[in-house]
Design a protein around this ligand. Sequence first.
Ligand code: NOJ
Length: 599
Amino acid sequence: MASHFKMRPGLFRAALPLITAAFALSTALPTLAQTSKSTASDAPWWKHAVVYEIYPRSYQDSNGDGVGDLNGITQRMGYIEHLGVDAIWIAPMYPSPQVDFGYDISDYESVDPQYGTVADMEKLIAAGKEHHVRVLLDMVLNHTSDKHQWFIDAASSRNNPKHNWYVWNDGINANAPGVTAYQKRFEHEGKVPPNNWVSGFGGSAWEWVPSVHQFYYHMFYKQQPDLNWRNPEVEKACFDAMRFWLDKGVAGFRLDAIPTLFEDPQLRNNPEKGGINAQGDPNLSDEYVSNLPEVHDVIRRMRSMVEKYPGNRVLIGETYLPNTAELDKWYGGTAQNELQLPMDMLLGFHGDHDKLDVSGFRDHITEALTQTHGGQPLFVFDNHDNVRAINRYGDVDPAHAGLINKALDTVLFTLPATALTYYGEELGMVTTTPTRKEDVKDPIGITGWPKEKGRDGERTPMQWTPGPQAGFSTNPHTWLPLAPDYKTVNVEVESKEPNSQLEWFKKLTMLRRENPALHSGKLTMLDTASTSVLSYVRSTGSDSVVVAINFTAQPQTISLDVKSGKAHTLATTDPSLTSTSSTKNLTLPPYTSWVASVQ
Ligand code: NOJ
């Protein structure tokens, strides 16, 4: 099966209105960017935004149970504001058995007690408003938990009114012609699954329920049964859940696994790609279980529903797609009436070969800026499902990791695109993969061990201080262990070091807000034959800023032909360039970023 998480070899990780006055977001609420004298603009807030993903279990524990929570996020709102972040996306905080750490929701209109209460979420939204930080929730629409009352009812009887809310099949006779040995592994009462579909998380995608003598379909864990989006009642219930939170003032949603809402009604076998994945299943394409055209009708209706609210509410999609032409469809093509921000995974997640490839970056950025009918790109290098970019893009020399992380920040924050980043990235937090199977918490890391070690490594607690538990919790038993580098890589230490990862991150987000060219200037690539330095100019006409990033471990001398060539350095990762005043004959040390205004 194709992957929803591209970075792990072998695994299906996807290559994949009525408003209460108190919490209503209004267009009158300016972002910090809009308050800046030089960058005032009529564009919707999300167009120039920096969005920061928070994994709530791992950000800040406020009650000493070793697990992060909503009040912890609220306490940190001042920090978030000063990072230059416009919106946070909080990974699922709804009631859940936590099989997939919240991506298995058992009630869409409440908060899991280990994270707090609905009142705590209201406080969090209000604190966000005070700090000019909008709140986006994660909305998981492809599936629910098997402990959701909808599924409990659905599985109780074929006659239950909820039965048809999920995807059921009677199976086929185990000795029917064409049944494979793989299908026979899942035989029950003489029946096997109707086709070869495998779950992205291991095993058949079909699970037998004795009470109804049927299989149900699950793209992910068997505790995550897929909803049947061909049933209009499902759409209504899901839109109601979204309205519940929109009414409380959330600024929009990140839509989990959104391309997977529909499956082929004929249940055709997915084409085999050859070989076996880390979970021991055949590698299949996802042709008949993902990105079916029917999903776009739902998204258009969802966009109209969301647009009934004031304040430019936004829909962000988890859209792992094979190319820009497919991504364009998620904006709605010429109509631009679907997602405002489908994630562009094609820049930051290349598969197993992530590397700082200048031509690849240049070509893809150009394509993303020109081939989606004016859609706003949303670039992303890090999330809770993939090895952190600092590890993926690193070269053979660990001493370069920090500079490479800064180089990726330079790309992310200086392009004319919305930027999505992940907690800890601003510090240069690294992936800390478990070394023993018995320590793994993510179920795919247990079933896939040792080929697939799961996603715990990129979900370790946020590193605030060099003190106990890095300031994440007062409890020494944190739900995942801290990364060993927390004594040096943390907010407290890095805020005092002018050249730290954190200070570079903040410098860029502030420049992006305050500098008119970086805020809204058009991009022109420079030096397009170079295979070692990525460079471009952002220009509003009157203001121009040049950005040059050495993607190699060797010094590179460049001459950029832009305007008069007179430059004034705004930011650089190497002190040797601080007073550079020309775009000509400039030597960039390894992995160095240089950002300068030009006349
Ligand atoms: C994508 C989410 O990012 C991932 O963490 C989750 O396991 C799957 N979707 C299933 O919801």
